[in-house]
Design a protein around this ligand. Structure first.
Ligand code: NOJ
Length: 532
């Protein structure tokens, strides 16, 4: 079902844009992006037509995992600026009628956080139970077989106190004990701090990780593991993630949010659709938007994607609002994964499916993964498990603003190398070319935001051939037919008798006024939005 467009909230109607702050815009010439940099580029985001900006972590951090290891939840890392800069950013975002979403990382802190320093100081420290401490196994080894996502055992021995602590990611990122009410209260206070300032919501890091099996049972081995998967997939994480009690803590977070007006909670959750949708809550009292990563994870194959859309639509609980994500700072860029012509088709999917779209900075330029020479690797995952293709640096390279040295991102040496093609693929060049990737994206966003059928309407799938996805979106008496060719070869779709329409947007041309009737012929890599 769609919803009446006038009842929808901002996070249902609009498009979310993810900024990876280290790589968006450097204002002070140190090669790393910062808050003043983001402020200086807000006009661009307004021009692009997005509605909300989600900023990856900007808090004090030793940067072992580039900000996802937080040592102070209610301050700003000096590298990014000051709290005054933050207040200015928030005010400037709001002045443009945009929204600001912060990254909240409640599952783990930095090992440099004062809470952890206290916790590790002795077995009877009052904060000992704030983290997950366990005695060694009888042989002196780790308490169980749980693996860290970033490689090796998820347990680290603390020699001083003789116990192990659990870290789902780096050993510099100890997991908090969310069964402890004091931990819950402390993190709710963090949320209050930012909500009181007026931030519009949170993207909650690894939401499905927050509670672990109380008995710390061993995870079973994964019979479907193949060597092309990351090593941590050797296990099925039956006991270390997605435990039933996680829903209680997510509900508590949501209740807090609900005390403020129109704030949004987005959950980062990598689970199958049937499990993912449980994070909406039984009464729609958990995450507003459990991130739906299917467009990132599915093979680029029309029938599989069409089926997945239907399964997702069918699995959504009553009144749950769908969402789609095409890229983020952890996954290969879409233009690298499917190629640039198909990346336009992907953008059409993202922006015409039912539900809130989230796009990753630079994807609107068609930015591609950048090869990182061994000596320039930054990502700790690549350093821990080199050569397996797990590193995330290639998708985190600086935004390409113009053809100047430093791509308009910095006047210094950027913290990660620039793409070799930044002189052609950049905002300034693409803005001037009406057929560019960027202008195509902008037209798509504008069309979506102008048409209730697209942002609020019903989704009605249509049968189509092997390489085509087709569906209607309709609301308030207006209807669009979306037809996408996911292959490089021509394809066609036969319309029901009597149906005719006019193309309003094509992935292949700017001046498309084609009328359609009977059979629609699609060129290779062509996607059409048709008013019918
Ligand atoms: C998910 C984040 O998106 C990723 O970048 C980070 O490394 C892990 N969580 C750990 O916080």
């Amino acid at each position: 079902m769609g919803e009446a467009s006038d009842k929808l909230l901002w996070w249902q109607k609009g498009t979310i844009y993810q900024v990876y702050p280290r790589s968006f815009m450097d204002s002070n010439g140190d090669g790393v992006g910062d808050l003043q940099g983001i402020i200086s580029r807000l006009d661009y985001l307004e021009w692009l037509g997005v509605s909300a900006v989600w900023v990856s972590p900007i808090y004090p951090s030793p940067m072992a995992d580039f900000g996802y290891d937080i040592s102070d939840y209610t301050a700003i890392h000096p590298m990014f600026g000051s709290m005054d800069d933050f207040d200015e950013l928030l005010a400037e975002v709001h002045r443009r009628n945009l929204k600001l979403i912060l990254d909240l990382v409640p599952n783990h802190t930095s090992s440099e956080h004062p809470w952890f320093k206290e916790s590790r100081s002795s077995r009877n420290n009052p904060k000992r139970d704030w983290y997950l401490w366990q005695d060694p196994a009888p042989d002196g080894g780790p308490p169980n077989n749980w693996l860290s996502t970033f490689g090796g055992s998820a347990w680290e021995k603390d020699e001083q106190t003789g116990q192990y602590y659990y870290h789902a990611y780096l050993k510099e990122q100890p997991d908090l004990n969310w069964r402890n009410p004091e931990v819950q209260e402390a993190m709710l206070d963090v949320m209050r701090f930012w909500l009181d300032k007026g931030v519009d919501g949170f993207r909650v890091d690894v939401m499905w990780h927050m509670i672990k099996d109380e008995q710390y049972r061993n995870n079973p081995t994964n019979p479907d593991y193949t060597p092309d998967m990351p090593p941590f997939k050797k296990q099925i994480a039956a006991y270390s993630v997605d435990q039933p009690e996680v829903h209680q803590v997510v509900t508590k977070m949501r209740h807090l949010l609900d005390q403020y007006e129109e704030r949004v909670m987005i959950g980062e959750i990598y689970l199958s659709v049937d499990k993912l949708v449980t994070y909406y809550g039984n009464e729609n009292d958990e995450a507003h938007l459990p991130f739906n990563f299917q467009l990132i994870s599915l093979p680029w194959e029309a029938r599989q994607i069409a089926r997945a859309i239907d399964q997702y639509e069918g699995a959504l609980p009553a009144n749950a609002w769908p969402n789609w994500v095409l890229g983020n700072h952890d996954k290969p860029r879409i233009a690298s994964r499917v190629g640039k012509p198909q990346a336009r088709i992907a953008a059409m999917l993202l922006l015409t499916l039912r539900g809130t779209p989230t796009l990753y900075y630079g994807d609107e330029l068609g930015m591609q993964d950048v090869f990182i020479p061994a000596g320039q690797v930054q990502d700790p995952w690549e350093k821990n498990e080199p050569g397996l293709g797990l590193g995330r640096d290639p998708v985190r390279t600086p935004m390409q603003w113009n053809a100047a040295d430093g791509a308009g991102f910095t006047t210094a040496t950027p913290w990660l190398p620039l793409s070799a093609n930044y002189k052609e693929d950049n905002v300034e060049v693409e803005q001037q070319d009406s057929s560019s990737f960027l202008n195509f994206y902008r037209r798509l966003i504008a069309l979506r935001q102008a048409e209730p059928a697209l942002y609020a309407g019903r989704y009605i799938p249509l049968p189509a051939g092997q390489s085509v996805i087709a569906y209607f979106r309709e609301a308030e008496g207006k209807r669009f037919l979306i037809v996408l060719n996911l292959s490089h070869s021509p394809a066609s779709l036969t319309l029901k008798e009597g149906m005719e329409g006019e193309v309003v947007l094509s992935s292949l041309s700017t001046e498309e006024k084609r009328k359609v009737k009977g059979e629609i012929s699609l060129r290779g890599d062509e996607g059409l939005i048709i008013g019918v």
